[in-house]
Design a protein around this ligand. Structure first.
Ligand code: SF4
Length: 86
């Protein structure tokens, strides 16, 4: 089966929980916007994506709940993210 290229964020010996905690800390410090709540394409009233992308992982209520690195080591970023200007 053909697989699309996905970057792996976990390197040998790293724990997913540590990488996720570091990402949350850095995203918070930099006010990084990348989640659906900051995206022009989210349907705010119901939390879905108007483009039809699955967005459960990026629509967490708070950054503290986000697990950016999945258990398979692949990040949960959305290439269609468009800042909503807020
Ligand atoms: S385009 Fe991506 S970031 Fe924007 S609402 Fe849809 S899934 Fe979320």
């Amino acid at each position: 089966m053909k697989q699309a290229f996905q970057p792996r964020l976990l390197h040998s010996g790293e724990k997913r929980t540590d990488v996720n905690a570091q990402f949350r800390a850095e995203a918070s410090a930099l006010a990084l916007q990348f989640r659906c709540d900051d995206c022009a394409y989210v349907v705010a009233s119901i939390g879905t994506c108007s483009l039809g992308w699955p967005n459960a992982a990026l629509h967490t209520p708070t950054l503290a709940l986000l697990e950016i690195v999945r258990t398979d080591g692949i990040p949960e970023f959305c290439k269609a993210f468009e800042p909503d200007g807020s």
